[in-house]
Unconditional design. Structure first.
Length: 387
Protein backbone atom coordinates (compact mmCIF):
# COMPACT_ATOMS: atom_id res chain seq x y z
CA UNK A 1 0.00 0.00 0.00
CA UNK A 2 2.84 2.40 0.84
CA UNK A 3 4.23 1.88 -2.64
CA UNK A 4 0.94 3.19 -4.06
CA UNK A 5 1.04 6.13 -1.68
CA UNK A 6 4.60 7.04 -2.67
CA UNK A 7 3.59 6.77 -6.29
CA UNK A 8 1.04 9.52 -5.70
CA UNK A 9 -2.04 7.33 -6.13
CA UNK A 10 -5.37 8.40 -4.65
CA UNK A 11 -7.18 5.34 -3.28
CA UNK A 12 -9.95 6.77 -1.09
CA UNK A 13 -13.49 5.63 -2.05
CA UNK A 14 -14.82 9.16 -2.59
CA UNK A 15 -13.11 11.97 -4.50
CA UNK A 16 -12.90 15.36 -2.78
CA UNK A 17 -14.93 18.33 -3.98
CA UNK A 18 -13.15 20.04 -6.87
CA UNK A 19 -11.51 16.88 -8.19
CA UNK A 20 -12.44 13.77 -10.15
CA UNK A 21 -10.59 10.62 -11.16
CA UNK A 22 -8.53 10.63 -14.34
CA UNK A 23 -10.42 8.79 -17.11
CA UNK A 24 -7.45 6.67 -18.19
CA UNK A 25 -4.79 6.83 -15.45
CA UNK A 26 -5.76 4.68 -12.48
CA UNK A 27 -6.00 6.38 -9.07
CA UNK A 28 -5.02 9.81 -10.41
CA UNK A 29 -6.84 13.02 -9.55
CA UNK A 30 -7.58 15.77 -12.03
CA UNK A 31 -9.44 19.04 -11.50
CA UNK A 32 -13.21 18.94 -11.86
CA UNK A 33 -14.06 22.20 -13.60
CA UNK A 34 -17.72 21.89 -12.62
CA UNK A 35 -17.00 22.10 -8.87
CA UNK A 36 -13.54 23.68 -8.66
CA UNK A 37 -15.05 27.14 -8.24
CA UNK A 38 -16.78 26.11 -5.01
CA UNK A 39 -13.47 25.25 -3.36
CA UNK A 40 -11.95 28.51 -4.60
CA UNK A 41 -14.88 30.46 -3.19
CA UNK A 42 -14.65 28.79 0.21
CA UNK A 43 -10.96 29.63 0.53
CA UNK A 44 -11.51 33.21 -0.71
CA UNK A 45 -14.23 33.80 1.88
CA UNK A 46 -12.00 32.35 4.60
CA UNK A 47 -9.15 34.60 3.46
CA UNK A 48 -11.45 37.59 3.95
CA UNK A 49 -12.02 36.58 7.57
CA UNK A 50 -15.19 34.52 7.25
CA UNK A 51 -15.50 31.73 9.79
CA UNK A 52 -16.89 28.29 8.84
CA UNK A 53 -20.39 29.15 10.05
CA UNK A 54 -20.50 32.40 8.08
CA UNK A 55 -19.21 30.59 4.97
CA UNK A 56 -22.03 28.03 5.35
CA UNK A 57 -24.59 30.83 5.40
CA UNK A 58 -23.05 32.51 2.35
CA UNK A 59 -23.04 29.27 0.32
CA UNK A 60 -26.59 28.39 1.35
CA UNK A 61 -27.82 31.90 0.52
CA UNK A 62 -26.35 31.61 -2.99
CA UNK A 63 -27.74 28.08 -3.38
CA UNK A 64 -24.41 26.36 -3.79
CA UNK A 65 -24.92 22.55 -3.60
CA UNK A 66 -23.07 20.58 -0.91
CA UNK A 67 -20.34 18.06 -1.92
CA UNK A 68 -22.59 15.07 -1.23
CA UNK A 69 -25.17 16.35 -3.69
CA UNK A 70 -22.63 16.39 -6.53
CA UNK A 71 -21.80 12.74 -5.77
CA UNK A 72 -25.50 11.89 -5.67
CA UNK A 73 -26.10 13.68 -8.97
CA UNK A 74 -23.32 11.74 -10.69
CA UNK A 75 -23.52 8.23 -9.27
CA UNK A 76 -26.45 8.04 -6.84
CA UNK A 77 -24.22 8.26 -3.74
CA UNK A 78 -26.29 8.59 -0.52
CA UNK A 79 -29.54 8.92 -2.46
CA UNK A 80 -31.60 8.74 0.76
CA UNK A 81 -30.30 12.18 1.73
CA UNK A 82 -31.90 13.85 -1.29
CA UNK A 83 -34.65 11.71 -2.80
CA UNK A 84 -38.05 12.93 -1.69
CA UNK A 85 -36.49 15.72 0.39
CA UNK A 86 -37.01 19.50 0.05
CA UNK A 87 -34.70 21.22 -2.44
CA UNK A 88 -33.05 23.30 0.30
CA UNK A 89 -31.43 20.11 1.65
CA UNK A 90 -28.85 20.21 -1.13
CA UNK A 91 -27.77 23.71 -0.02
CA UNK A 92 -27.51 22.86 3.69
CA UNK A 93 -23.81 23.28 4.31
CA UNK A 94 -22.32 21.84 7.49
CA UNK A 95 -19.60 23.59 9.51
CA UNK A 96 -17.66 20.30 9.60
CA UNK A 97 -17.66 20.10 5.81
CA UNK A 98 -16.33 23.63 5.36
CA UNK A 99 -13.74 23.18 8.12
CA UNK A 100 -12.63 19.91 6.51
CA UNK A 101 -12.14 21.58 3.14
CA UNK A 102 -10.13 24.43 4.67
CA UNK A 103 -7.85 21.93 6.42
CA UNK A 104 -7.39 19.54 3.48
CA UNK A 105 -3.95 19.67 1.89
CA UNK A 106 -5.38 17.94 -1.17
CA UNK A 107 -6.14 21.43 -2.50
CA UNK A 108 -2.42 22.25 -2.43
CA UNK A 109 -1.77 19.33 -4.75
CA UNK A 110 -0.67 17.00 -1.93
CA UNK A 111 -2.13 13.64 -0.90
CA UNK A 112 -2.41 12.78 2.80
CA UNK A 113 -2.72 9.16 3.95
CA UNK A 114 -3.21 7.48 7.36
CA UNK A 115 -5.51 10.16 8.76
CA UNK A 116 -7.95 7.35 9.44
CA UNK A 117 -7.40 3.60 9.26
CA UNK A 118 -9.42 0.44 9.95
CA UNK A 119 -8.65 -1.63 13.01
CA UNK A 120 -8.28 -4.59 10.63
CA UNK A 121 -9.40 -5.52 7.14
CA UNK A 122 -12.49 -7.24 8.60
CA UNK A 123 -13.37 -4.53 11.12
CA UNK A 124 -15.61 -1.53 10.51
CA UNK A 125 -14.05 0.42 13.37
CA UNK A 126 -11.80 3.36 12.48
CA UNK A 127 -8.79 4.77 14.28
CA UNK A 128 -7.94 8.47 14.03
CA UNK A 129 -4.24 9.21 13.81
CA UNK A 130 -2.43 12.31 15.01
CA UNK A 131 -0.88 14.63 12.44
CA UNK A 132 2.64 13.34 13.11
CA UNK A 133 1.48 9.87 11.96
CA UNK A 134 0.14 11.08 8.61
CA UNK A 135 1.90 10.09 5.40
CA UNK A 136 2.02 13.14 3.12
CA UNK A 137 3.04 12.89 -0.54
CA UNK A 138 3.54 16.28 -2.14
CA UNK A 139 2.77 17.39 -5.69
CA UNK A 140 0.70 14.37 -6.69
CA UNK A 141 -1.83 16.37 -8.74
CA UNK A 142 -2.67 19.90 -9.87
CA UNK A 143 -3.47 22.25 -6.96
CA UNK A 144 -6.64 24.35 -6.82
CA UNK A 145 -5.29 27.00 -4.45
CA UNK A 146 -1.87 28.61 -3.97
CA UNK A 147 0.43 28.17 -0.99
CA UNK A 148 0.05 31.86 -0.14
CA UNK A 149 -3.75 31.58 0.01
CA UNK A 150 -3.47 28.41 2.11
CA UNK A 151 -1.11 30.10 4.60
CA UNK A 152 -3.40 33.12 4.93
CA UNK A 153 -6.44 30.96 5.54
CA UNK A 154 -4.66 28.79 8.14
CA UNK A 155 -3.66 31.96 10.00
CA UNK A 156 -7.33 32.98 10.23
CA UNK A 157 -8.45 29.46 11.16
CA UNK A 158 -5.81 29.02 13.87
CA UNK A 159 -6.71 32.36 15.43
CA UNK A 160 -10.20 30.98 16.17
CA UNK A 161 -9.38 27.39 17.03
CA UNK A 162 -9.74 25.87 20.46
CA UNK A 163 -10.25 29.10 22.38
CA UNK A 164 -12.78 31.82 23.00
CA UNK A 165 -12.37 35.45 24.02
CA UNK A 166 -11.75 34.39 27.63
CA UNK A 167 -9.18 31.78 26.46
CA UNK A 168 -11.24 28.85 27.78
CA UNK A 169 -9.98 25.62 26.18
CA UNK A 170 -12.45 23.73 23.99
CA UNK A 171 -11.77 20.28 25.42
CA UNK A 172 -14.87 18.69 23.84
CA UNK A 173 -14.22 20.09 20.36
CA UNK A 174 -15.07 17.54 17.65
CA UNK A 175 -16.44 14.97 20.11
CA UNK A 176 -20.05 16.01 20.73
CA UNK A 177 -22.77 14.97 18.27
CA UNK A 178 -26.45 15.75 18.03
CA UNK A 179 -28.47 12.62 18.78
CA UNK A 180 -31.14 13.55 16.24
CA UNK A 181 -29.44 15.01 13.14
CA UNK A 182 -25.84 13.85 13.66
CA UNK A 183 -24.27 17.30 13.35
CA UNK A 184 -21.75 18.49 15.91
CA UNK A 185 -22.68 20.47 18.99
CA UNK A 186 -20.91 23.82 19.03
CA UNK A 187 -19.90 25.91 22.01
CA UNK A 188 -21.58 29.23 22.81
CA UNK A 189 -21.42 31.67 25.68
CA UNK A 190 -23.97 34.19 26.94
CA UNK A 191 -24.16 36.32 30.08
CA UNK A 192 -27.38 34.77 31.33
CA UNK A 193 -26.77 31.12 30.37
CA UNK A 194 -23.00 31.00 30.64
CA UNK A 195 -21.13 28.48 28.54
CA UNK A 196 -23.22 25.82 26.79
CA UNK A 197 -23.42 23.57 23.72
CA UNK A 198 -26.04 23.60 20.97
CA UNK A 199 -26.71 21.76 17.72
CA UNK A 200 -24.82 23.48 14.90
CA UNK A 201 -27.53 22.63 12.37
CA UNK A 202 -30.11 24.34 14.57
CA UNK A 203 -27.80 27.32 15.03
CA UNK A 204 -27.21 27.58 11.28
CA UNK A 205 -30.69 26.84 9.87
CA UNK A 206 -33.21 27.06 12.69
CA UNK A 207 -35.90 24.84 14.19
CA UNK A 208 -37.18 23.56 10.84
CA UNK A 209 -34.12 21.31 10.65
CA UNK A 210 -33.33 20.41 14.27
CA UNK A 211 -33.78 21.54 17.88
CA UNK A 212 -31.48 23.46 20.20
CA UNK A 213 -30.13 20.53 22.27
CA UNK A 214 -29.11 23.04 24.94
CA UNK A 215 -26.48 21.43 27.16
CA UNK A 216 -24.65 23.47 29.83
CA UNK A 217 -20.89 22.97 29.84
CA UNK A 218 -20.80 22.33 33.59
CA UNK A 219 -23.38 19.53 33.36
CA UNK A 220 -21.60 17.84 30.44
CA UNK A 221 -18.22 18.19 32.17
CA UNK A 222 -19.48 16.70 35.42
CA UNK A 223 -21.24 13.82 33.67
CA UNK A 224 -18.25 12.79 31.55
CA UNK A 225 -15.80 13.18 34.43
CA UNK A 226 -18.03 11.04 36.64
CA UNK A 227 -18.28 8.24 34.08
CA UNK A 228 -14.54 8.15 33.44
CA UNK A 229 -13.83 8.12 37.20
CA UNK A 230 -16.32 5.27 37.62
CA UNK A 231 -14.69 3.15 34.92
CA UNK A 232 -11.17 3.82 36.17
CA UNK A 233 -12.12 2.77 39.69
CA UNK A 234 -14.01 -0.29 38.42
CA UNK A 235 -11.05 -1.46 36.33
CA UNK A 236 -8.62 -0.99 39.23
CA UNK A 237 -10.89 -2.93 41.60
CA UNK A 238 -11.61 -5.91 39.32
CA UNK A 239 -10.11 -5.86 35.85
CA UNK A 240 -11.31 -9.37 34.95
CA UNK A 241 -14.93 -8.57 35.84
CA UNK A 242 -14.87 -5.42 33.73
CA UNK A 243 -13.36 -7.34 30.83
CA UNK A 244 -16.22 -9.86 31.02
CA UNK A 245 -18.72 -7.00 31.23
CA UNK A 246 -17.23 -5.33 28.16
CA UNK A 247 -17.36 -8.62 26.31
CA UNK A 248 -20.94 -9.13 27.53
CA UNK A 249 -20.41 -12.65 28.78
CA UNK A 250 -18.20 -15.07 30.68
CA UNK A 251 -14.62 -15.38 29.48
CA UNK A 252 -14.78 -19.08 30.35
CA UNK A 253 -17.88 -19.52 28.21
CA UNK A 254 -16.24 -17.59 25.37
CA UNK A 255 -13.16 -19.81 25.52
CA UNK A 256 -15.39 -22.89 25.43
CA UNK A 257 -17.28 -21.57 22.39
CA UNK A 258 -14.03 -20.70 20.63
CA UNK A 259 -12.63 -24.18 21.30
CA UNK A 260 -15.78 -25.73 19.87
CA UNK A 261 -15.64 -23.46 16.81
CA UNK A 262 -11.96 -24.24 16.22
CA UNK A 263 -12.76 -27.97 16.42
CA UNK A 264 -15.50 -27.56 13.80
CA UNK A 265 -13.12 -25.53 11.64
CA UNK A 266 -10.44 -28.20 11.73
CA UNK A 267 -13.03 -30.86 10.93
CA UNK A 268 -14.30 -28.91 7.92
CA UNK A 269 -10.76 -28.20 6.69
CA UNK A 270 -9.82 -31.88 7.03
CA UNK A 271 -12.88 -33.00 5.08
CA UNK A 272 -12.07 -30.39 2.42
CA UNK A 273 -8.63 -31.95 1.96
CA UNK A 274 -10.20 -35.42 1.79
CA UNK A 275 -12.48 -34.24 -1.02
CA UNK A 276 -9.50 -32.92 -2.94
CA UNK A 277 -7.90 -36.35 -2.67
CA UNK A 278 -11.14 -38.04 -3.71
CA UNK A 279 -11.38 -35.84 -6.81
CA UNK A 280 -7.83 -36.72 -7.77
CA UNK A 281 -8.51 -40.47 -7.35
CA UNK A 282 -11.82 -40.22 -9.25
CA UNK A 283 -10.08 -38.58 -12.17
CA UNK A 284 -7.38 -41.24 -12.15
CA UNK A 285 -10.00 -44.04 -12.03
CA UNK A 286 -11.90 -42.49 -14.95
CA UNK A 287 -8.74 -42.27 -17.04
CA UNK A 288 -7.92 -45.90 -16.29
CA UNK A 289 -11.47 -46.97 -17.09
CA UNK A 290 -12.31 -48.06 -13.53
CA UNK A 291 -15.06 -45.44 -13.31
CA UNK A 292 -17.59 -44.77 -16.08
CA UNK A 293 -18.61 -41.28 -17.17
CA UNK A 294 -22.08 -41.43 -15.62
CA UNK A 295 -20.83 -42.28 -12.14
CA UNK A 296 -17.97 -39.81 -12.46
CA UNK A 297 -20.43 -37.00 -13.25
CA UNK A 298 -22.76 -38.01 -10.43
CA UNK A 299 -19.97 -38.13 -7.84
CA UNK A 300 -18.47 -34.89 -9.14
CA UNK A 301 -21.73 -33.02 -8.55
CA UNK A 302 -22.08 -34.56 -5.10
CA UNK A 303 -18.53 -33.71 -4.02
CA UNK A 304 -18.58 -30.22 -5.53
CA UNK A 305 -21.77 -29.44 -3.62
CA UNK A 306 -20.13 -30.65 -0.41
CA UNK A 307 -17.02 -28.60 -1.22
CA UNK A 308 -19.08 -25.44 -1.59
CA UNK A 309 -20.87 -26.11 1.70
CA UNK A 310 -17.54 -26.71 3.45
CA UNK A 311 -16.05 -23.54 1.98
CA UNK A 312 -18.99 -21.56 3.35
CA UNK A 313 -18.64 -23.26 6.75
CA UNK A 314 -14.92 -22.49 6.92
CA UNK A 315 -15.57 -18.87 5.94
CA UNK A 316 -18.33 -18.42 8.55
CA UNK A 317 -16.40 -20.03 11.41
CA UNK A 318 -13.19 -18.15 10.56
CA UNK A 319 -15.04 -14.83 10.51
CA UNK A 320 -16.68 -15.60 13.85
CA UNK A 321 -13.34 -16.48 15.47
CA UNK A 322 -11.73 -13.35 14.05
CA UNK A 323 -14.60 -11.19 15.31
CA UNK A 324 -14.34 -12.70 18.79
CA UNK A 325 -10.60 -12.10 18.84
CA UNK A 326 -11.08 -8.48 17.75
CA UNK A 327 -13.69 -7.89 20.45
CA UNK A 328 -11.34 -9.26 23.09
CA UNK A 329 -8.39 -7.25 21.77
CA UNK A 330 -10.49 -4.06 21.67
CA UNK A 331 -11.70 -4.53 25.25
CA UNK A 332 -8.19 -5.15 26.53
CA UNK A 333 -6.88 -2.17 24.58
CA UNK A 334 -9.42 0.16 26.19
CA UNK A 335 -8.68 -1.23 29.66
CA UNK A 336 -4.96 -0.65 29.07
CA UNK A 337 -5.69 2.92 27.95
CA UNK A 338 -7.68 3.91 31.02
CA UNK A 339 -5.23 2.18 33.36
CA UNK A 340 -2.54 4.57 32.19
CA UNK A 341 -4.13 7.10 34.54
CA UNK A 342 -3.60 6.73 38.26
CA UNK A 343 -6.47 9.15 38.80
CA UNK A 344 -8.75 11.33 36.67
CA UNK A 345 -9.34 14.58 38.54
CA UNK A 346 -9.95 16.85 35.56
CA UNK A 347 -10.76 16.59 31.87
CA UNK A 348 -8.36 17.64 29.15
CA UNK A 349 -8.58 17.45 25.35
CA UNK A 350 -5.80 14.79 25.07
CA UNK A 351 -7.43 12.61 27.74
CA UNK A 352 -10.88 12.83 26.15
CA UNK A 353 -9.61 12.10 22.65
CA UNK A 354 -7.63 9.12 23.89
CA UNK A 355 -10.51 7.48 25.76
CA UNK A 356 -13.66 8.65 23.97
CA UNK A 357 -14.77 8.25 20.35
CA UNK A 358 -17.84 10.51 20.57
CA UNK A 359 -20.47 11.92 22.93
CA UNK A 360 -24.07 11.88 21.67
CA UNK A 361 -26.48 14.41 23.17
CA UNK A 362 -30.23 13.99 22.69
CA UNK A 363 -32.86 16.70 23.05
CA UNK A 364 -33.74 17.22 26.71
CA UNK A 365 -37.28 16.68 28.02
CA UNK A 366 -39.34 17.22 31.17
CA UNK A 367 -40.33 14.39 33.48
CA UNK A 368 -43.59 14.17 35.45
CA UNK A 369 -42.21 16.52 38.12
CA UNK A 370 -41.18 19.17 35.62
CA UNK A 371 -37.48 18.42 35.96
CA UNK A 372 -35.21 18.55 32.93
CA UNK A 373 -33.91 15.16 31.83
CA UNK A 374 -30.86 14.94 29.57
CA UNK A 375 -29.97 11.78 27.68
CA UNK A 376 -26.20 11.78 27.06
CA UNK A 377 -24.44 8.75 25.60
CA UNK A 378 -20.68 8.20 25.70
CA UNK A 379 -19.09 5.98 23.04
CA UNK A 380 -15.65 4.94 24.22
CA UNK A 381 -12.81 4.15 21.85
CA UNK A 382 -12.57 0.49 20.80
CA UNK A 383 -15.57 -0.64 22.90
CA UNK A 384 -18.36 1.79 22.00
CA UNK A 385 -21.32 2.45 24.29
CA UNK A 386 -20.90 0.51 27.55
CA UNK A 387 -22.68 2.62 30.22
Amino acid sequence: MKAKFKNGEYIAPVTPLGYKLHPTEKNRLIIDEETKWIVERIFELAAHGYGAKKICHALAKDKVPVPTWWLYKRNGYKASMFEGKPEEVKYRWCIQTVSGILANQIYLGHTVHYKLTKMSYKSKKNIKHSEDEWFVVENTHEPIITQDLWDLVQTHVNSRRRSRKNDEPQIFAGLIRCGECGWTLGSANTKDKGRFYRCTQYAAYGRNFCTLHYTPYKILYAFVLGRLQYWLMAVKENEDAILERLLQGSEKQRQSENARAEKELKKAQKRRQELNSLFAKMYEDRVKGFLDEENYSMLSVKYRTEQQQLDETVKTISAKLEETKEETDDARRWIDLIQKYSAIDELTAPLLNELIEKIVVHQSWKDGNGRTVRDIEIYYRFVGKID
